[in-house]
Design a protein. Structure first.
Lengths: 1451, 125
């Protein structure tokens, strides 16, 4: 409440102060004005007229507002110059106050009138223009003008630069010009002889600011020179600035002319007189005194004003009737001195007493009159009546008094003092606060201001003098009691008429505020220190420093006993003393007083008398503090020390407020100490924990509920870095790094963390895969970190790498279980004994083998169960010597007295290199023994029977082969005779049957060879592609005939060349394919596929599958499939032909090719036979098997140009006939021999190209005959080719090694034998006769199905177009083939064929397509065998198509 | 109507294919070799190319390569179906390498051909 009241009051005062200031300014100006015309305006708006001015400007009707512009004539008489003058002066006024200047205004009638005006700033944008009327003049100018113009002197006013600013009228008359130029050019009129001297005089005077007098000649309007005597007086502005000269000149031409008479003195007196005359006419008040002050002249105006007559006043002393005012500081004596000094500066102000005893205030300017010796002869006083102004001033003083009264009632410290620091006024509050009651007149402002603040204060005062304002003037005063009073307020500055500064200051006491501010800043600083957490010592020192800034504190003591040790420590003591004895005393008394504060007293302020009272008993001899303050320092609620201070100077040094301050500081110290204690505790604890945290081999980390790391140890960092490339970073980043782990790992951990966040402590083992793929095991403990309030924000994880342990465990358990499994499932009996043979362990298998439970056995001696041929002792002895033995036969006698044979492996067990027992395994070998015995019997039998079988088969085959030779040979011959169709058919059948018979025979032979282990593979480089094509060719017709689709497919990876016995491969394939056809029952598809299984070490393993959709094979019969002579259907009415040897042979053949054979079958759905075989990989391009053409049935005349001469030697006539017929039909010249001797004779007599030699002949066999022939020594002996029914392949080698050139097997086949001839005879293929295909082709001319498909898409009319297109195209292609053939362009032929193949195939022209396909395939390997005949065939086929397709379309 | 080029040196297959596909509502342009394919393609846009591999002047493989190298982004991506007896035993990978999308073996099965063509270009019916 009080504060609020005070604030209001302060505001009030502030307002008053500002009003006062305005008032001051305004009225100060008024006072300084010499006329009562003034106008106050703000911006351009006139806001106040003085009454006189109002009269001048304002009509009764429009007294309200006017603008300054309205007061001014549009054009000043003096033109632009005046307009500028206003602006210039106005500008000056903004800064301080304008000089007086001449100016015209417009009165209310619109008449202009001249004034001397000046503009002053009232405040802010408010200005006052004050002016004196220049009356009685028409246009111009100053009041001086009025005087001078009519005066016989030439008055001239110059500025500080000696530029003329004013000429009196006389000057213009003299110079005869009145324009502006006159001002700048008048000096041109000065006589050249005088000009430089004049200028020098003026310059000198200006520089010294002295009066001058000079006589010179000047040209007048008539061009005549006139003498002028000019005297000048320097002019000064109010603030004593030099502003130029006012000078008066008189025309001394006449006097100069009357040189003799005229004296200077007279001239002067004359001029004096003239001046006085003119002054009499003037409105100014003026008088002249002599140097003593005796009045010699008084002008009319002054006389009027004073109401006196001239004679009343002339002669009396000035100071009798005139009292100068205080500021003028002049008296009669001083006045007399003016004449002596020859100078007087400033105005002479004072008052006269009029008749009516009224005071007339006057201000005079002093003009010294000088005689011809240039000595002052008199003093002219020219001035004005300022009585009215003084009245205003008086009024103001009165209001000042009132204000003073107000000030005295104010709490503010109000004072005025001049610039010497002399106090003119202080208010009541000031005295009360600062004292100096009786010394006020003697002290100066400087004494009041605290020395520290003096400099700043003076600077501020200087600013005020310069017109600046200071919003808040702050300084520190010192009271007469030496107390510092902080004050803040406002100081105004004004100037008296002498331009001396006057300061008015209104301050209010802000000591308390400063103290409060300082205390607050202290609080902040201390709190800051505390936050910074410095060492306590530093804190104490800072506390003291800060306190010093606030209190007059010299002593401070901080005592602590918080450690509860008997000795209280004093960590901080500051003392004003230097003397140790004094300090000791101080400590003692301090300690004594401190003891006064028992536990309950938190703070204490105690004064000297109380101290004396309380501690006097203690016999203390030192000084007692005047006042003592102490505050407990507490931690928690217990006191741990004391903060105290005291003063020996003044009891008022500290008060209750300071106690509060100390209390605060003590509490801060408490905090600091408490924190220190806690910090130490924490540091200890943290260090301990950190040691545990980091030294552990465990990974430790914790996460918050976002699974972000909140702490982790080095082990964890290392683990994450090394194991997963994850950087462990506190906080969020960890979440980003999680992407380096798999989702499942993250999910796993999140699940675990979540459980822990539910408050569960977890312990589990975890298997981890690191980025390197290593597996680690860790034992993990996750514990929730439960806060005091029971919340869980983090969980901690401890993880220990137990990989090794775990691996060991796993390995152990694995080996254990492995061992256990073995132990429990072992068929043999495992046993373990001590060295005496006592059984310690036996496997459960003992029960099975011996019918003994382990418990029946364990503990008993092993010899109880087993007996051996050797004694137990011997066995044991040997065992210990050799450490183990194997295959010891022992037997066990069962309860039924049955003997079971066992084979034992036993070894000694060592523990720490000491034999501790033995263990062994016993195997029941009774069955094996029995089987072995049976086996050896069977083997003997088998070996015996196999030998019989082999020789039987070998003999039988030979015996059968010989007649077969005849049969087949004759069939060939019959076939080459002219037969009708029916006969040909029969012959074919016979041939087929005999070939079949031969096949069977060959099979039997093969089998016997295989069984005898005599089968050898004849490996040659072959193309599997060609082989399969051959297979396809062999069976496709048969398949089609049986309404079966036959497909084959080769793996794309199939090597082009491979080392293999193609014959054997084809044998197996043919066997399986023919079976498949046989058992397909005239329907379905047979798919043959070849797959490459592995390629290793240049060895390739293939798998072939032959899949049919036939009758299938029942499961129970499958196992019999591959057994000799076993056809599944054993019934007498066999549906399926065959020896039943095929699969058995295939099995053996496959085995010999490094493969296996097998079948998968579902009865009714079909079978898939498969086999594997191996082949050696070869370089590409190796020569391979060509495709053998089907054997033509008819023998053609192959040899035309050359007739080979051939001898056939055979004892068998049929054979001879067959061979000779075949050869002759092919174009050979054949000779025959029935025996070796016969042959020798023929060889001797004939030139031959080739000899076919039978081996088995009576008397002289083929070998012998050959040898005999060779011994004949015949030149160019023809090659001798053996012919034999010993058709085993290895016979060939035997015959060759004996000297034969070659070998053909019987029965002789036409193709074989003709080919053989071709081999040895120079043979030209170009003469090959047209070969006719013996067998009719089963391929369709046009496949109707394909045509149907086409017509489905394109309609029947399309077919005809397309086929006729084909006809044209095929014709062209085949023609090209023939041309290319003639040019031997094999590749070109192939290309043509390729196109033909595509078209023919697409259109279903199968027969043609097949031939083309075959030939194209052959040509791919650049094999040109039978190229021409094939091309011919193709052409025939095409012709056939051409003749028939239209008919077929009709169908 | 979708536009298909048939490149085939056999006029039989060419005409046949053309007719069958025309019935299926495609617009067919027949050419005899790869070079002609490129010429046609330069002049106009097509939706599919049926291409024999074995052709005079420029074979199908070369032609496919050339098409895939064309600067026009649409033309260079035109689907190519090879129709071939595959005399040179190219593998599917060989075809893919030169940019042939698929291959239909000769002898042509027109069920398959029509299916495949429609697979790549749906006719405007």
């Amino acid at each position: 409440m009080l504060n609020q009241g005070r604030t209001e009051l302060l505001n009030e005062v502030e307002k008053l102060k500002s009003e006062l200031k305005e008032l001051h300014n305004k009225y100060d100006l008024l006072l300084e004005s010499s006329a009562s015309y003034f106008v106050i305006f703000e911006e351009s708006e006139v806001i106040e007229f003085s009454p006189k001015a109002e009269e001048k400007f304002v009509f009764a009707s429009d007294f309200s507002d006017k603008t300054i512009d309205e007061l001014m004539p549009i054009y000043q008489v003096s033109g632009e110059r005046s307009s500028k003058t206003w602006e210039e002066n106005f500008k000056n006024a903004r800064r301080s106050k304008s000089d007086s200047f001449e100016f015209e205004f417009l009165d209310k009638n619109g008449q202009s009138f001249a004034t001397i005006a000046s503009i002053s700033k009232v405040k802010d944008e408010r200005f006052l223009v004050h002016f004196d009327l220049v009356e009685n003049t028409e246009n111009l100018v100053s009041s001086a003008n009025a005087i001078t113009d009519s005066a016989p002197v030439f008055i001239k006013i110059t500025n500080e630069k000696n530029e003329v600013t004013y000429f009196s009228k006389g000057w213009f008359d003299l110079l005869g010009s009145k324009d502006d130029k006159t001002y700048s050019e008048w000096m041109n009129n000065i006589h050249p002889d005088d000009l430089s001297a004049y200028s020098t005089t003026i310059d000198f005077s200006i520089s010294k600011k002295k009066n001058f007098e000079y006589s010179y000649r000047i040209k007048d309007a008539n061009g005549e020179y006139r003498w002028l005597l000019e005297s000048g007086v320097p002019r000064y502005s109010k603030n004593k600035k030099f502003i130029g000269y006012a000078s008066a000149a008189i025309d001394t031409t006449e006097r100069k002319a009357l040189e003799v008479e005229s004296t200077r003195e007279r001239a002067i007196s004359e001029s004096e007189h003239k001046i006085q005359e003119s002054l009499d006419e003037s409105e100014v008040v003026a008088m002249t005194t002599n140097v003593e002050g005796s009045i010699t002249f008084c002008n009319n105006k002054l006389l009027d004003t004073l109401g006196l007559k001239k004679n009343n006043i002339v002669g009396s002393n000035l100071f009798d009737i005139f009292i100068p005012d205080a500021s003028t500081k002049i008296n009669q004596k001083k006045y007399e001195q003016i004449a002596v000094d020859g100078k007087y500066s400033g105005a002479l102000a004072g008052k006269f007493f009029t008749k009516e005893k009224q005071d007339i205030y006057v201000r005079f300017n002093v003009v010294l009159l000088k005689d011809s010796f240039n000595e002052v002869s008199g003093i002219n006083l020219i001035g004005e009546n300022v009585t009215e102004q003084n009245k205003v001033k008086k009024q103001l003083e009165k209001s000042n008094a009132q204000l003073t009264e107000l000030f005295d009632n104010s709490y503010d410290l109000i004072q005025t003092f001049d610039h010497d620091g002399v106090f003119q006024f202080v208010n009541q509050a000031w005295v009360e606060k600062l004292g100096y009651r009786d010394q006020l007149k003697d002290i100066r402002f400087k004494k009041l201001v605290h020395p520290k603040n003096w400099e700043q204060t003076v600077a501020n005062l200087d600013k005020l003098i310069k017109g600046e304002t200071i919003d808040r003037f702050e300084t520190v005063f010192v009271s007469d009691m030496g107390k510092n009073i902080f004050v803040s307020g406002r100081v105004n500055c004004s100037f008296d008429i002498n331009g001396n500064a006057q300061f008015r200051g209104i301050f209010y006491d802000i000591t308390e505020r400063i103290r409060a501010e300082k205390a607050q800043s202290l609080y902040y600083k201390i709190a800051d220190f505390n936050i910074e957490g410095p060492q306590l010592e530093i804190l104490y020192a800072k506390l003291f420093d800060e306190l010093q800034g606030l209190l007059n504190i010299k002593n401070l003591s901080i005592d602590l006993n918080f450690t509860n040790k008997s000795n209280a420590s004093a960590p901080y003591v500051r003392s004003e003393f230097n003397d140790p004895a004094q300090i000791e005393n101080q400590k003692t008394i301090n300690g004594l007083i401190a003891k006064l504060m028992n536990g309950e007293t938190r703070q204490l302020i105690i004064y000297e008398e109380q101290i004396k009272e309380q501690v006097s008993k203690k016999n203390f001899k030192g000084d007692y503090p005047k006042v003592w303050l102490g505050v407990q320092i507490t931690v928690g609620n217990s006191p741990i020390g004391l903060l105290s201070t005291h003063s020996y100077d003044d009891r008022s040094d500290f008060g209750a407020k300071d106690l509060e301050l100390l209390y605060f500081i003590a509490s801060q110290i408490s905090l600091a100490i408490e924190r220190k204690i806690n910090e130490e505790k924490i540091v200890d604890q943290a260090a301990r924990l950190k040691a545990i945290f980091e030294s552990s081999s465990h990974q430790i980390w914790s996460v918050d509920d976002n699974y972000n790391l909140t702490s982790f140890n080095i082990n964890h960092t290392k683990w994450m870095e090394d194991g997963f490339g994850i950087k462990t970073i506190m906080g969020k980043e960890y979440a980003k790094e999680k992407s380096k782990l798999t989702d499942s790992v993250n999910k796993f951990w999140e699940k675990k963390y979540n459980e822990a966040f539910k408050g569960k402590a977890l312990n589990f083992q975890n298997e981890v895969k690191t980025k390197n793929g290593n597996t680690h095991w860790s034992e993990v403990f996750i514990n929730p970190i439960i806060k005091e309030d029971g919340t869980i924000e983090e969980v901690s994880v401890i993880s220990n790498d137990i990989t090794e342990k775990k691996n060991a465990e796993l390995a152990l358990s694995e080996s254990e279980s492995k061992f256990r499994e073995i132990f429990e499932s072992i068929q043999d009996i495992y046993f373990r004994c001590d060295l005496n043979g006592k059984l310690l362990m036996v496997s459960p298998s003992a029960k099975e083998s011996l019918g003994l439970l382990p418990e029946e056995v364990i503990g008993r001696n092993i010899t109880h169960f087993f007996t051996s041929s050797e004694s137990a002792e011997t066995i044991l002895r040997n065992l210990l010597k050799q450490h183990k033995f194997q295959n010891l036969e022992a037997s066990f006698k069962t309860e039924d007295d049955e003997k079971i044979d066992f084979l034992c492996n036993v070894r000694v067990l060592f523990r720490n290199k000491q034999a501790v027992g033995f263990e062994g395994v016993a195997r029941d070998i009774s069955e094996i023994k029995r089987a072995y015995e049976e086996l050896s019997k069977a083997k003997e039998l088998a070996e015996k029977s196999l030998a019989i079988k082999e020789s039987f088969l070998a003999n039988m085959s030979h015996e059968i082969r010989t007649p077969m030779n005849g049969i087949i040979g004759m069939i060939d011959l019959i076939g080459s005779t002219d037969l009708n169709t029916e006969q040909m058919d029969y012959v074919k059948t016979i041939k087929k049957s005999s070939l079949t018979l031969m096949d069977i025979l060959n099979d039997i032979l093969d089998l016997s060879k295989i069984e005898a282990g005599k089968m050898e593979l004849k490996e040659r480089p072959i193309s599997l592609m060609a082989s399969f094509q051959r297979l396809y060719d062999l069976f496709s017709k048969e398949a089609i005939a049986n309404n079966i689709y036959l497909n084959y497919n080769l793996d794309t990876e199939t090597p082009s060349v491979i080392l293999l016995d193609e014959t054997r491969l084809l044998q197996v394939l043919s066997n399986l394919v023919s079976n498949a056809i046989k058992f397909s029952d005239g329907k379905g598809t047979i798919d043959i596929s070849l797959m490459v299984k592995t390629v290793e070490d240049k060895k390739c393993t293939f798998k072939v599958q032959i899949k049919d959709e036939g009758i299938g094979i029942p499961k129970e019969q499958i196992k019999n499939l591959f057994i000799n002579f076993n056809q599944l259907d054993n019934s007498s009415t066999k549906v399926y032909s065959g020896t039943g040897l095929g699969l058995a042979i295939s099995k053996e053949l496959v085995r010999s090719m490094g493969g296996e054979i097998g079948v998968v079958s579902t009865p009714g759905l079909g079978s898939t036979f498969w086999f594997t075989f191996q082949g050696q990989l070869l370089e590409e391009g190796s020569e391979t098997n060509g495709s053998d053409l089907d054997e033509p049935m008819q023998i053609t005349k192959e040899f035309v140009s050359v007739v080979p001469r051939i001898l056939v030697v055979d004892d068998n006539k049929v054979n001879r006939t067959v061979a000779s017929q075949i050869l002759e039909k092919s174009g050979c010249d054949v000779k025959l021999a029935g025996s070796g001797l016969e042959a020798i004779e023929i060889v001797k007599e004939n030139t031959l190209d080739l000899i076919f030699m039978d081996i088995q002949m009576p008397k002289m066999d083929g070998i012998q005959t050959m040898k005999n022939i060779r011994s004949l020594g015949i030149k160019n002996l023809p090659p001798i080719v053996a012919m034999t029914a010993y058709s085993m392949e290895d016979d060939r080698e035997k015959f060759m090694s004996q000297g034969m050139d070659d070998y053909v097997a019987k029965p002789i086949r036409a193709v074989t034998i003709i080919e053989k001839v071709k081999e040895y005879i120079q043979y030209d293929s170009s003469v090959v006769a047209v070969t006719e295909q013996a067998e009719s082709n089963t391929d369709l001319l046009i496949n109707k199905e394909t045509l149907d498909q086409l017509s489905k898409f394109g309609g029947p009319e399309l077919l005809e177009t397309v086929l006729s297109d084909f006809e044209i195209e095929a014709n062209e292609l085949i023609k090209n083939c023939m041309i290319h053939f003639a040019d031997d362009q094999i590749e070109e032929i192939r290309k043509e064929l390729h196109t033909l193949k595509g078209s023919a195939g697409t259109l279903g022209i199968e027969k043609l397509a097949n031939y083309v396909i075959k030939l194209e395939l052959q040509l791919k390997t650049a094999d040109t065998t039978n190229l021409k005949p094939q091309l011919d065939t193709i052409q025939e086929c095409f012709i056939e198509f051409k003749e028939n397709y239209k008919n077929i379309l009709q169908m | 109507m979708k536009k298909i080029i048939i490149a085939e040196d056999s006029s039989v297959i060419q005409n046949l294919t053309k007719k069958i596909l025309e019935i299926q509502n495609f617009s067919i342009t027949s050419v005899k070799n790869g070079q002609e394919v490129l010429e046609k393609l330069d002049a106009e846009d097509y939706d599919l190319i049926l291409m024999d591999i074995n052709m005079p002047k420029m074979d199908g493989m070369e032609c496919a390569k050339a098409i895939r190298k064309m600067t026009d982004p649409i033309k260079s991506k035109i689907p190519i179906l090879a129709i071939t007896g595959n005399a040179k035993n190219y593998s599917i990978n060989d075809f893919k390498e030169v940019g042939i999308n698929e291959y239909i073996p000769k002898p042509l099965n027109f069920d398959i051909l029509v299916d495949k063509v429609k697979n790549y270009v749906s006719s405007d019916d």
